[in-house]
Design a protein around this ligand. Structure first.
Ligand code: P6P
Length: 329
């Protein structure tokens, strides 16, 4: 079926783009479109608060840990509230898995979709003005609409995602997402309160020379990881590691490169979360021609056993990920 979005010019408003995309699916009834709009709306609110954090005493920690045992930042909590509120009011999501909440939030409505979300990833960077992001993953529920949400509804492999993407609150705020028909980026114009198509049909360069990993943990890495790092150095790659997954991922998506958070003594399963970090970015990168692996298997093939389970992540340009995998063989 011809993609009716081809030829949509740079500068197309997100709303119009979503509507044109919906026309590609004659049976689409608009719920997914509305869900994407709800996420975009929450992103506008979070963007406003991220940009003013220092002025309205929203920086810093709330003095307690989240369920991940990580020092919870004020904006973590606020972003979580904003997204849950927008998704609840929108009515298209029947359940939410959030990094900030131990349990699944069943919205007890007739929504068709499950959302897994990291409301604000990299939030420890807020106080030092480094880019941070929201990561989201969308599944269709499996059980009958209106019935209680089941574990099977939620614990689906990444290959079942119907949409995924991220918001990056940086020098500009950009929404990048896929619904399985390529990847597009929309830059937010706060003066107009609208996102506009700025990155059309994004494809990750396969000849990237950037590697992103926290090399302070080298002694903690397994041999294949360190062999690959040696390869990168001998190949005159450039090391770029911001400590904010969405920022590192987005740069590598545009310029080519690989981001690695491997398993280690400290994080035997890796640090990053499968459902609302790895799967979402894996869907985006595969749609952009890249690859997302645990080092030995495809991230999106993993059937989750727990909503907060972690997984090692090698993600970026296909040839770089495959080269890293070769050290495991
Ligand atoms: P480390 C932020 O906490 C995060 O989840 C990612 O955004 C980032 O890439 C990674 O962890 C940084 O972890 O162990 O290198 O500080």
């Amino acid at each position: 079926m011809e993609d009716s979005r081809i030829g949509l010019p740079i500068g197309t408003a997100l709303d119009r783009f979503i509507k044109r995309f919906q026309d590609d699916f004659p049976y689409a009834t608009g719920e997914l479109s509305q869900l994407l709009r709800d996420i975009a709306l929450a992103g506008k609110v979070v963007n406003r608060e991220v940009n003013k954090a220092g002025l309205i005493n929203l920086s810093g920690s709330i003095g307690s840990d989240n369920i991940q045992g990580e020092d919870q930042q004020k904006l973590d909590v606020l972003a979580n509230i904003r997204f849950i509120r927008a998704l609840t009011k929108g009515g298209e999501a029947c359940a939410i898995v959030s990094e900030e909440d131990e349990k699944i939030t069943d919205l007890h409505n007739n929504g068709k979709y499950i959302i897994a979300i990291d409301p604000l990833d990299g939030s420890s960077n807020i106080d030092v003005n480094v880019s941070i992001g929201t990561i989201f993953s969308i599944f269709r529920r499996l059980s009958p609409v209106g019935s209680p949400v089941t574990e099977d509804d939620v614990l689906q492999p990444g290959s079942s995602q119907v949409a995924a993407g991220y918001l990056l609150y940086g020098s500009s705020t950009i929404l990048v997402y896929t619904t399985g028909n390529g990847v597009n980026g929309f830059t937010y114009d706060a003066t107009l309160g609208e996102y506009f198509l700025s990155h059309q049909d994004m494809k990750i360069p396969d000849n990237g020379k950037i590697y992103s990993i926290n090399e302070a943990s080298t002694d903690d890495f397994t041999k294949p990881v360190n062999q690959y790092l040696d390869h990168c150095k001998k190949s005159n790659y450039t090391a770029r590691y911001i400590g904010s997954l969405v920022a590192d991922f987005h740069r590598n998506l545009l310029k080519g490169g690989i981001y690695i958070y491997p398993s280690s003594k400290r994080y035997p399963e890796g640090k990053l979360r499968l459902m609302y970090e790895c799967n979402a970015l894996a869907f985006v990168v595969e749609q952009a021609g890249g690859k997302a692996s645990t080092g030995s298997s495809r991230v999106m093939d993993i059937v989750p056993k727990d909503v907060h389970q972690r997984c090692p992540l090698y993600i970026g340009s296909k040839s770089l990920v495959e080269r890293a995998e070769s050290f495991y063989d």
